[in-house]
Design a protein around this ligand. Structure first.
Ligand code: SAH
Length: 218
């Protein structure tokens, strides 16, 4: 079983990720090393390395492997960064980030998901990931600023709190849009000003909370 999963992971990287143009050696190494099968629900293990998102309970999903790799690459991490993730979910994206960055803080609104992620990340021995339960649309000011911020739920617009918590030269990777129409955007802070770029259309679950989508709007 273990060999099969390792093989499936190698194929995931070559067929879904490299082939679509992700080239960062750090990102490819992280995608090769993090056991995605541990983060999906047990009854979905056989699909862990397939080319689509999977349900993780509470109406939430773990993103498609390619999207995890692409978003990670867009942060342009070199290894010494303190990074913030909004939407811990399964904990998989946090583990990928932690394989590259120095420290990862990840905020999750739903305590059940945060607790499950904490258990799995603990079992796998990640020591540089700090999980927080709360409204990530407000970021996590205590440990700001961040060289990179990655949001894994779609926001109406980039929350001001997240832009405020970005370090000089830092990047915010965030899906922006509604249920039917979202664009993955990268925001960069240069000399106190922000510039942004659209990358590709995506489909994420809604960011909730103060600067997220409210009940009935989505
Ligand atoms: N990154 C996750 C996928 C997350 S799905 C993974 O690798 O598995 C999006 C997650 O964002 C969900 O778990 C959802 O509960 C969470 N979320 C939505 N709004 C949020 C908010 N305001 N603050 C923190 N987490 C939020």
């Amino acid at each position: 079983m273990k060999d099969e999963l390792n093989q499936a992971r190698e194929l995931m990287v070559s067929e879904q990720i490299t082939r679509r143009g992700v080239t960062s050696p750090r990102v490819l190494e992280a995608m090769r090393s993090v056991p995605r099968d541990r983060f999906v629900p047990e009854d979905s293990q056989a699909y862990a390395y397939d080319d689509y998102p999977l349900p993780i309970g509470q109406g939430q999903t773990i993103s498609q492997p390619y999207i995890v790799a692409l978003m990670t690459q867009l942060l342009q991490l070199e290894g010494n960064e303190v990074v913030l993730e909004i939407g811990t979910g399964s904990g998989y994206q946090a583990a990928v980030l932690a394989s590259i960055a120095k420290t990862v803080h990840s905020v999750e609104l739903l305590p059940e998901l945060s607790e499950r992620a904490a258990r799995i990340l603990g079992e796998l021995g990640y020591l540089n990931i700090h999980l927080h339960a709360g409204d990530g649309s407000q970021g996590w000011p205590k440990t700001a600023p961040y060289q990179g911020i990655l949001v894994t739920a779609a926001a109406p617009k980039p929350p001001q709190a997240l832009l405020d918590q970005l370090a000089e030269g830092g990047r915010l990777v965030i899906p922006v849009g509604d249920r039917g129409n979202q664009e993955l955007q990268v925001w960069e802070k240069v000399k106190g000003d922000f510039s942004h770029e659209d990358i590709i259309p995506v489909a994420f679950v809604p960011l909730r909370g103060k600067e997220g989508w409210h009940e009935g709007q989505w």
